[in-house]
Write a protein that binds this ligand. Structure first.
Ligand code: NAP
Ligand code: MG
Length: 402
């Protein structure tokens, strides 16, 4: 069989630890034998980020803007322990944060559903995708500890130099305060990314905030969503037969629990952080979640939702056998290849991505799985395999379909 050609390169962002090992295995075993893979390679491994003063992260995000599609391996976000482990010049920022800031995106996370791994909520039959706004709110806050007897006020200095103040609280006893913000431009990007993704997936989109309590802050989110929807998306949604639905966050949680799934749930930054872990856990495992960052201009960056699986990597370094789940990383590759195929009218590439995903799911449903899933699966014939043997088993099934 001739290899599937590619016209435009994917931006390939390599990463760290166990996921870096898996990255190479996926390419060697499942992609390079079938696809004449074209990538523009950026090594985001911590050593190279340190060597390039993190320039490589910025360059990889700029390349993503140029080409439109990237695939990213999990990377270490340095902390004090990593400073000594990697002898770092600086505590480099989270690459995901840097890339998100450059692409101004929204992160969409969906569970990969397989037979034998039953959601903890038996009503859930179809995936629930979380769309998380990735800018502002409590993630860019200012906080203070306040002594009793203090008076706290919000003070805004306007462009003309005049000021507006508003009382927060007159403290009798000790307490705390917090200031946070968001931007109309960022909220608008978030709304458009959500509506575009809903059209892409042909699924309803729900959005929820606490606008009854937060009458200016959260209400602005609600208003911007509604305005953009009415002006730009209403007709497109009608044509696609899908719906935009707004409700209060507590009502949304109750509805989500009772639902069958099969929709996108747009969340403010903090809600998205919390709810995506809830959704991932309730569906089974973080290693069975796809994650894609979508910018308002339609730029896509695919990644796994989990980290670099440090504990498994140290076992691997000691020469011990590992059984690390590669599904989320593999689906980052198939997501990127399919999107590249769609943009380049490369049907063969899209077909390949579909078949590789099907072969992966079939492998698990045949009972062949890594240790994390082995603990969860209810299949009677389940069998635990090591990291590499899982990919080999996927390849056997892939070959049958090509
Ligand atoms: P982690 O990689 O998410 O793994 C935590 C634990 O979850 C693992 O020890 C393992 O449990 C289980 N697990 C996660 N992914 C798995 C997989 N694919 N297969 C099997 N089990 C899996 O978090 P971490 O090891 O605490 O963090 C390592 C590094 O990842 C950190 O430096 C952090 O900065 C980075 N990180 C990066 C990203 C990203 O780039 N997107 C996201 C989060 C964290 P058992 O040990 O019990 O088997
Ligand atoms: Mg979180």
């Amino acid at each position: 069989m001739a290899k599937i050609p590619m016209t435009t390169p994917l931006v390939e962002m390599d990463g760290d630890e166990m996921t870096r090992i898996i990255w190479k295995m996926i390419k060697d075993i499942l992609i390079n034998p079938y696809v004449d893979l074209k990538t523009e390679y950026y090594d985001l491994g911590l050593e190279n980020r340190n060597a390039t003063n993190d320039r490589v992260t910025v360059d990889s995000a700029e390349a993503t803007k140029k080409y439109g599609v990237a695939v990213k391996c999990a990377t270490i976000t340095p902390n004090a322990a990593r400073m000594t482990e990697y002898n770092l010049k600086e505590m480099w920022k989270s690459p995901n944060g840097t890339i998100r800031a450059i692409l101004d995106g929204t992160v969409f996370r969906s569970p990969i559903i397989v037979k034998g791994i039953t959601p903890y909520l038996p009503t859930w039959k179809k995936p629930i995708t979380i769309a998380r706004h990735a800018y502002g709110d409590v993630y860019k806050n200012t906080e203070m500890i306040v002594k009793g007897g203090s008076k706290a006020e919000l003070l805004v200095t306007k462009p003309d130099g005049t000021t507006e103040t508003s009382l927060i609280h007159e403290f009798k006893g000790d307490g705390v305060i917090q200031g946070m913000h968001n931007l109309d431009a960022s909220i608008s990007s978030f709304a458009r990314a959500c509506f575009n993704y809903a059209l892409d997936l042909k699924q309803d989109i729900w959005f929820a905030t606490k606008d009854t309590i937060s009458k200016k802050y959260d209400h602005t989110f609600k208003d911007i969503f509604q305005e953009i929807f009415d002006k730009e998306y209403k007709e497109k949604f009608e044509k696609a037969g899908i719906e935009y639905f707004y409700t209060l966050i507590d009502d949304a949680v109750a509805r989500v629990v009772r639902s069958e799934g099969g929709y996108i749930w747009a969340c403010k930054n903090y809600d998205g952080d919390v709810m995506s872990d809830m959704i991932a856990t309730a569906f089974g495992s973080l290693a069975m979640m796809t994650s894609v960052l979508v910018s308002p201009e339609g730029i896509y960056e695919y990644e796994a939702a989990h980290g670099t699986v440090q504990r498994h990597y140290y076992k691997h370094l000691k020469g011990e056998e590992t059984s690390t789940n590669s599904v989320a990383t593999l689906f980052a590759w198939t997501g990127a290849l399919r999107k590249r195929g769609e943009l380049d009218d490369n049907t063969a590439l899209c077909d390949f991505a579909d078949k590789l995903e099907k072969a992966t799911i079939k492998t698990i449903e045949d009972g062949v799985m890594t240790g994390d899933l082995y603990l969860l699966s209810t299949l009677p014939n389940k069998q635990k395999v090591n990291t590499e043997d899982f990919l080999v088993a996927v390849n056997e099934r892939l070959k049958e379909t090509l």
